[in-house]
Design a protein around this ligand. Structure first.
Ligand SMILES: [Zn+2]
Length: 116
């Protein structure tokens, strides 16, 4: 799965380290602040009005207990990472109460870091 995040009904962006808002035009492909390289906090609202704060991370940055949004599913279905294992050049991410999903190294995975 080479995942491109779907746009939400609403998104805005902030760097938690610099404590500044970031415009969509200043977002790089890595989803990191171009001043301090912190992961950008994405304030997103899904189609049903649920609001979460996300990071978009590569599979190499995932760790146990990170909460992952299933692509395209909105915020009704969020699963905890059990483990991440290298597999044939990709990353196999085992999700609790779901299944294992393989991601290519260049994928972006949405992880929930809070709500707003
Ligand atoms: Zn920053």
């Amino acid at each position: 799965m080479n995942l491109v995040p779907l746009p939400y009904k609403h998104e805005h962006y902030r760097c938690p380290s610099c404590a500044r808002d970031i415009s969509a035009d200043d977002i790089s492909d890595s989803w990191r602040c171009n001043v301090c390289t912190s992961a950008v906090a994405i304030y997103a609202e899904d189609a049903t009005g649920r609001r979460k704060i996300l990071n978009r991370l590569s599979p190499a940055e995932l760790h146990e207990n990170f909460c992952v949004v299933i692509p395209g599913a909105g915020f009704e279905y969020i699963y905890k990472v059990i483990c991440v294992t290298p597999k044939n050049g990709n990353f196999r991410v085992a999700l609790r109460s779901y299944r294992a999903v393989d991601f290519t190294p260049g994928s972006l995975i949405e992880c929930v870091i809070g709500a707003w």
